[in-house]
Design a protein around this ligand. Structure first.
Ligand code: CAA
Length: 272
């Protein structure tokens, strides 16, 4: 069994043959695994392009209700591909807009779970922070080491890390490029759960299945509301959340949920 393949998975039916990732489904959970072990899953442009394509296919599949992004047991991703970047000029970077691919992850409204074992460095850490929930194995190591190669984080690392861990810890991490353990990441609020390394994918898929039981429209709105509060101003997020809260009263699921609570039974959600 290869890295990350600790759950039975069916290949996504319409998925093209990818070179750098493996895309599959496990019930209602889409699973996208980075599979470029020789380069420690370095996120070269074609790798990100395949990853985004696979995630968008899961998003478009009505049977999928949550999406897990993972890597291998020793590395989630060691960052952008420094070999690819090493010959690029500023004009190349500007005109090719390679980081532009990452923006498409922001449009994914299904829950994105990062399941991180081993190194999540640079763009690897940024990829995890682009998700909605980060589960780490005991072996996970997070960091923004770009400073050590004459760069700075380029895929949202400074902005997101600062909002998550605060100015002074973000400065420490971004300016030194040091790695932190899963335990430190948990204390800092970067990850919400730590699981044994051998259970990382199962745990993330189990969480995805748990989310798949929730009413889909509420799930979508809850994600959108948290995202708005995180990415924008807090006041803006609260006003947005309230509007969505009111709008949910137009769904059958909200009424089914309230009725079921009163009738002391399990609700059945149709996504209507
Ligand atoms: N890009 C391209 N290749 C990489 C890579 C990267 N980011 N990280 C590792 N590799 C390659 C190595 O070059 C090496 O290839 P060869 O076998 O051909 O020499 C192979 O993967 C194994 O790597 P190491 O021998 O270095 O493995 P290690 O176990 O000794 O160290 C590591 C692991 C600490 C993760 C180390 O590889 C490392 O520091 N990698 C670079 C991390 C980094 O700087 N990331 C930031 C990239 S910039 C960025 O991400 C910008 C952004 O914001 C978008």
């Amino acid at each position: 069994m290869r890295s990350g393949e600790s759950v039975a998975g069916a290949a996504a039916p319409s998925a093209p043959a990818y070179e750098f990732i493996v895309s599959s489904t496990d019930g209602p959970v889409g699973l996208v695994r980075l599979d470029r072990p020789k380069a420690l899953n370095a996120l070269a442009t074609p790798v990100i392009a395949e990853l985004v394509d696979a995630v968008e296919r899961h998003q478009a599949d009505p049977a999928v209700r949550a999406i897990v992004i993972t890597g291998g047991p020793k590395v989630f991703a060691a960052g952008a591909d420094l070999k690819e970047f090493s010959t690029a000029s500023a004009v190349d970077m500007l005109s090719s807009d390679r980081i532009g691919y990452w923006d498409r992850l922001k449009n994914v409204w299904k829950p994105l779970i990062a399941a991180v074992s081993g190194f999540a460095l640079g763009g690897g850490c940024e990829l995890a922070m682009s998700c909605d929930i980060i589960i780490a194995s005991e072996t996970a190591r997070f960091g923004q080491p770009e400073i050590n190669v004459g760069l700075i984080p380029g895929a949202g690392g400074t902005a997101r890390l600062t909002r998550i861990v605060g100015k002074f810890v973000a400065m420490d991490l971004v300016l030194t490029g040091r790695q932190i353990t899963a335990e430190e990441a948990l204390k800092l609020g970067l990850v919400s759960r730590i699981v044994p390394a051998e259970l990382i994918v199962e745990s993330a898929v189990a969480l995805g299945k748990e989310l798949a039981q929730k009413p889909p429209i509420s799930l979508r709105f809850a994600k959108e509301a948290v995202q708005r509060s995180f990415e924008g101003r807090v006041d803006d997020g609260i006003a947005f959340e309230r509007k969505l809260f009111y709008m949910l009263f137009a769904t059958e699921d909200a009424h089914e949920g309230m009725r079921a609570f009163i009738e002391k039974r399990r609700p059945t959600y149709a996504g209507q």
